[in-house]
Design a protein. Structure first.
Length: 122
């Protein structure tokens, strides 16, 4: 069974930290990247997925636009509600901060969430 849900789709400006800043040796090659993030003013981590529509492997940049979606945003409504234009997010790999995002705009998209069918549910 599938359920339809609204999912925040966030346009962000990403700046990756260099190795000298304690970040990555190179920016992610794209076109996608999954990681954990946190609000700059809040220590609670959540999972995010980034798409880099402007970036190709041959054109890696330390700063660029991206589209961010939260994984399981419906389970984190308080955090999702705080993601508004101007909000800053910290991208992490483990405990290491590797990048920062500034929220430019927030839209919603209708997504299909697949639920359990009758098999295996007990």
């Amino acid at each position: 069974m599938a359920a339809m849900k609204l999912q925040p789709v966030v346009q962000v400006r990403v700046r990756w930290k260099t190795a000298a800043e304690g970040g990555r040796p190179d920016p992610p090659p794209g076109p996608t990247y999954a990681s954990i993030a946190r609000l700059a003013n809040n220590g609670e981590n959540f999972s995010v997925f980034l798409r880099f529509p402007e970036v190709s492997r041959a054109d890696q940049r330390w700063e660029h636009a991206a589209e961010l979606t939260m994984l399981a945003a419906d389970l984190l409504p308080d955090i999702a509600a705080e993601i508004t234009p101007g909000t800053r997010l910290i991208l992490q790999e483990g405990h290491r901060s590797v990048g920062e995002c500034e929220v430019l705009s927030v839209d919603t998209a209708l997504v299909v969430k697949r639920g359990l069918t009758g098999r295996g549910a007990g």
